[in-house]
Design a protein around this ligand. Structure first.
Ligand code: NAG
Ligand code: NAG
Length: 682
């Protein structure tokens, strides 16, 4: 085939037009979820929330002449970014901060073009898959434009945005909250737990439902996307299906409706007599690059309705997880009314459903509407339940990159302290529930504040802390911030990180209940029930069987010290748990059980053997109370190196993100080097 110069020129024109159209399209078209019928009879479902909520200006609102100028601007700004990346004189932190400055200028000048530019940069520097980049930036771009516009880029905001938005560019800021934290009253002397009543009741806990209405049995279960078992089309994973998705779920997929219903039936069977229940968040599937506001709202309404249908009169208390918002992870705090108002629809929506299901009162629902869906309630006389929207300290909520010079810009800790003080004054006990334990993936200052608050109001007020998020059954023993060593005496409280319903991340699904003292609300035992989806799903399907849910373990009998057993009726104290953590160091069997239960005996879980570095890391996780303690614990392992690993050395952890510092000119600089150069002592 020959091509004349004229033909070449015209195809070049077509190419340029196409490229321009693509750039524009990325800012105008919201790709909807694949047009496949939802799993009947649960979808379609019509909720009152519509696409009406899309509130910011898009390129369709602009006239064509304006378009062209703006397009030119996009090209210019991308060029400038690339020059910056190739700068031979700047280190990666300076480079990133200069980039933030440019992002701010561009956001102020042409906010409607920010998603398109971000999409191109995301794709070019392969932070993630092409389609994920496109979908995510369409969703997140307008919010980022707003956040860039408001940021104090030259101050600590810019620094935070680099450290968390581009890990490895600037070192993570070690902003310490004011010392000491102001509490309304000093801690009473001899603050002790009330004596056990000898009675017991049950409380249900489940988490991370992540229902996928687009799950399709028979589709590829080992796809290249981050959630599989969907009909993405043959372009995604060409060739024959490697592993057809089972009806009941797969380790790389979110929850099919069949599994969700089976889990709710297991709750009915195992815990019909629970006094009330806790759901620690994440209703929505993990396809953050495809979700729409309507999809999120519908999935929430429908799932809460299912919970209600199965739990009937049992009250369920629900928190929002990072996947329960649109875009994922984002939550502006109420001290920013203009930003809050663009997310108001979500808080209105969930509060209305919770109220309609008679889980909370209309007063509590009103409070939730104006407080990021957080509320306080009294499940029983003598017990206050405080719920947290943990996105307000999550490092992937980019609204947290604003007002970073303040300790508590959202007011979350202020409110938490007032409520705890109120309960201390009334001699009432408190449970705290949220989606994420503020120990990892949390702003360091928030995790320090949380630790101080927990230490101030434990053990006499705070009787339980419950979270989810990691799709793993994990525990954190929280310690006194002033303790020099972690001992049974320094243990102040425990966070129960509940397992998930979704098998995604290679864990079997599970539900659990606690035996609770109905007078003191201390935890007497935790019972976890699981079904081995990972190895049995295909067998159950081919034999037309339902999943078999079995009681996996009781915490009290598993972790009790045989030489020093807990007296009957005594709760599982922080010291009980710290003793178990300490014994794991010498007891291979005990450590093995913790690891086995962590993934719910998943046959495909990452190996973690006693005597390896993984054991030491697990013990770091088990007793670090803050992000900094966790980092310090891991850094100690780094220093001790292979010496810690009795059966093998340490492999560096692969990063999910391409380091921002790795530029085309090949410059890299890691955080430690940067710290050393700048004289920053971690
Ligand atoms: C969208 O908003 C308008 C005006 O507020 C309202 O009348 C309309 O019913 C909404 N559409 C849907 C589908 O909810
Ligand atoms: C629930 O309570 C009823 C009535 O007290 C009792 O008969 C039943 O065994 C209990 N079920 C479970 C699973 O504990």
């Amino acid at each position: 085939m020959t091509s004349s110069p004229r033909r070449w020129r015209s195809s070049l024109t077509i190419y340029v037009l196409l490229a321009s159209a693509l750039l524009l399209a990325s800012t105008t078209i919201t790709p909807s979820a694949p047009s496949i019928a939802y799993a009947a009879p649960f979808f379609p479902y019509s909720s009152s929330v519509s696409q009406n909520n899309t509130k910011r200006q898009t390129t369709t609102d602009l006239d064509p002449a304006h378009y062209r100028t703006q397009l030119y601007k996009s090209d210019k700004v991308i060029e400038e970014f690339e020059d910056l990346l190739n700068s031979p004189t700047l280190d990666s932190c300076q480079m990133c901060r200069r980039g933030m400055k440019m992002a701010q200028e561009f956001s102020l000048e042409a906010p409607e073009l920010v998603p398109g530019v971000l999409r191109i940069l995301c794709t070019r520097y392969s932070f993630m898959r092409l389609d994920s980049c496109a979908g995510l930036m369409v969703r997140l771009g307008p919010e980022l434009a707003e956040i860039f516009s408001q940021m104090d880029v030259d101050g600590s905001d810019g620094y935070y945005a680099c450290a968390y938005g581009f890990p490895g560019s600037c070192p993570v800021p070690k902003h310490q909250p004011a010392n000491p934290t102001i509490f309304p009253k000093p801690k009473p002397a001899n603050a002790v737990q009330p004596p056990p009543s000898g009675q017991s009741m049950q409380v249900l806990h489940f988490s991370d439902w992540h229902l996928d209405p687009l799950y399709r049995p028979g589709k590829e279960a080992q796809c290249s996307h981050n959630i599989c078992c969907r009909d993405y089309g043959s372009w995604n994973d060409p060739g024959p299906v490697k592993k057809p998705a089972s009806k009941w779920g797969e380790p790389k997929c979110d929850t099919p409706i069949a599994l969700g219903l089976s889990a709710l039936e297991a709750i009915q069977r195992f815990v019909p007599n629970a006094t009330f229940g806790l759901f620690t968040g994440d209703i929505v599937s993990h396809d953050y690059w495809l979700i729409t506001e309507k999809y999120v709202a519908d999935l929430e309404t429908r799932s809460y309705e299912l919970f209600k249908q199965y739990l009937q009169e049992m009250r369920l208390y629900v928190v929002l997880g990072n996947h329960d918002s649109y875009p994922s992870d984002q939550a502006p705090a109420r001290h920013k009314p203009e930003q809050y108002s663009t997310h108001q629809w979500l808080y209105d929506h969930v509060a209305t459903v919770w109220e309609k299901n008679e889980w909370i009162t209309s007063i509590e629902a009103d409070y939730a509407r104006s407080h990021n869906a957080m509320f306080m309630t009294k499940p029983m006389p003598g017990l206050k339940l405080i719920t947290l929207n943990t996105d307000l300290f999550y490092v992937r909520n980019y609204y947290n990159m604003l007002d970073t010079d303040q300790d508590d810009p959202s007011g979350l800790f202020h409110d938490l302290i007032l409520e705890l003080q109120d309960s201390e004054d009334r001699q009432e006990r408190v449970w705290i529930m949220g989606h994420m334990a503020p120990v990892t993936l949390t702003l360091p200052r928030s995790s320090i504040l949380f630790q101080r608050v927990v230490a101030r109001y434990s053990p006499h007020v705070i009787a339980g802390i419950f979270t989810g998020h990691y799709h793993q059954d994990k525990l954190i023993v929280m310690h006194d911030p002033d303790a020099e060593e972690h001992t049974q005496a320094s243990a102040v409280n425990v966070v129960f990180q509940g397992p998930s319903i979704t098998p995604l991340d290679k864990a079997n699904p599970a539900i659990r209940w606690y035996d609770v003292d109905p007078k003191t609300f201390s935890i007497l035992d935790s019972h976890t029930v699981t079904a081995d989806i990972i190895t049995q799903a295909d067998y159950w399907e081919s034999h037309d069987l339902e999943p078999e849910w079995i009681l996996e373990y009781s915490a009290r009998s598993t972790y009790s010290d045989p030489l020093n057993p807990l007296p009957a009726g005594e709760p599982l104290s922080p010291a009980f748990w710290q003793s178990a953590v300490e014994r794991m160091k010498d007891d291979e069997e005990l450590f093995g059980k913790y690891i086995q239960y962590q993934s719910k005996s998943s046959a495909v879980a990452k190996e973690c053997l006693w005597g390896t570095i993984c054991e030491a890391e697990t013990r770091c996780e088990l007793q670090a109370s803050t992000v900094l303690e966790h980092d310090d614990c891991e850094a100690m392992l780094e220093v001790e190196g292979a010496g810690v690993g009795r059966k093998g050395g340490r492999k560096p952890k692969p990063s999910r993100w391409k380091r921002f510092g790795v530029t085309r000119s090949g410059r890299t600089l890691n955080v430690n080097e940067y710290n050393r150069e700048r004289g920053i002592v971690a």
